[in-house]
Design a protein around this ligand. Structure first.
Ligand code: ATP
Ligand code: ATP
Ligand code: CA
Length: 221
């Protein structure tokens, strides 16, 4: 594999942090797994490069783990908002470059933003939006919200667009959306050309204003 392996540390091995840790490790990355509970650390020994018991609010403990050398640190402490905030603060003071934090609510989010968290994640909220999108459309395969206005959707090509070229469908002019890629079985055609064909059951990855994407999904597909 060409891309360089990154170094990650995951603090808090609950359901969210645990999944992040396992998946990174499965992908072949270096992952340091940290939790205050011994039972969690034992459980994750086989799903991480190293797993250690530590209280992440303790600056000295983080220092002795060499946490500042990690490119990414994920703070996935759930219910204890105070510990999450303090951990994030310590990590940013230690100048860890990328600190991604799971937020519990709007207040937590606001504080994390102020103290310099590089990315704030709301798994339940984001997953709720995705599930709602899946439930209400047969055509939507996946959904990524970019902002309040823009998103990326994966749409399943229907018979309506079968055997037609992108230029023929005229998606950009008619709907103001851009097709970023087309998945045909296992193949992915990235930045497709106007002459490229679309077949039923292809997956179109489309970016645009939510209003335009909805129109394309309802009228164009
Ligand atoms: P999730 O919502 O992701 O499922 P959870 O609700 O199962 O998480 P929480 O108790 O909210 O679990 O916290 C996640 C993990 O963070 C726990 O395993 C907990 O032991 C750990 N944790 C909490 N405080 C600290 C701390 N100060 N240092 C290290 N780990 C901590
Ligand atoms: P989430 O993990 O999605 O953020 P939560 O942890 O905030 O959810 P939960 O206690 O898990 O909240 O429950 C979610 C919602 O379901 C709450 O609003 C709660 O009032 C409601 N709820 C729980 N039990 C029942 C029940 N038996 N009947 C109807 N509603 C219920
Ligand atoms: Ca939780």
């Amino acid at each position: 594999m060409a891309d360089k392996k990154k170094q990650f540390a995951v603090i808090g091995l609950g359901r969210f942090g645990g999944s992040v840790c396992k998946e990174l490790y499965r992908m072949g990355h270096q992952v340091l797994a940290i939790d205050i509970r011994e039972q969690k650390v034992t459980e994750f020994a086989q799903h991480s490069t190293h797993s250690v018991i530590a209280d992440s609010t303790d600056e000295k403990a983080l220092q002795s783990l060499g946490i500042r050398n990690f490119e990414y640190v994920i703070v996935a402490i759930g219910d204890n908002i105070q510990s999450s905030i303090l951990t994030t603060l310590v990590l940013k003071e230690m100048e860890v470059e990328n600190v991604w934090v799971k937020a519990q609510n709007a207040y937590h989010h606001k504080v994390l933003e102020k103290i310099g968290a590089d990315r704030i994640i709301h798994p339940e909220h984001d997953m709720g939006i995705r599930i709602a999108q899946h439930l209400t459309s047969e055509k939507i395969v996946d959904y990524i919200e970019l902002s309040d206005e823009y998103s990326i959707v994966e749409l399943l090509a229907t018979n309506k667009v079968h055997n037609r070229s992108i230029i023929d469908l005229d998606v950009r002019a008619r709907f103001g959306c851009t097709i970023l890629a087309v998945k045909h079985g296992e193949e992915i055609n990235v930045s497709p050309l106007p002459d490229d064909m679309i077949y039923v059951n292809d997956v179109l990855i489309v970016i645009g204003h939510k209003r335009d994407l909805k129109r394309f999904e309802e009228e164009g597909m």
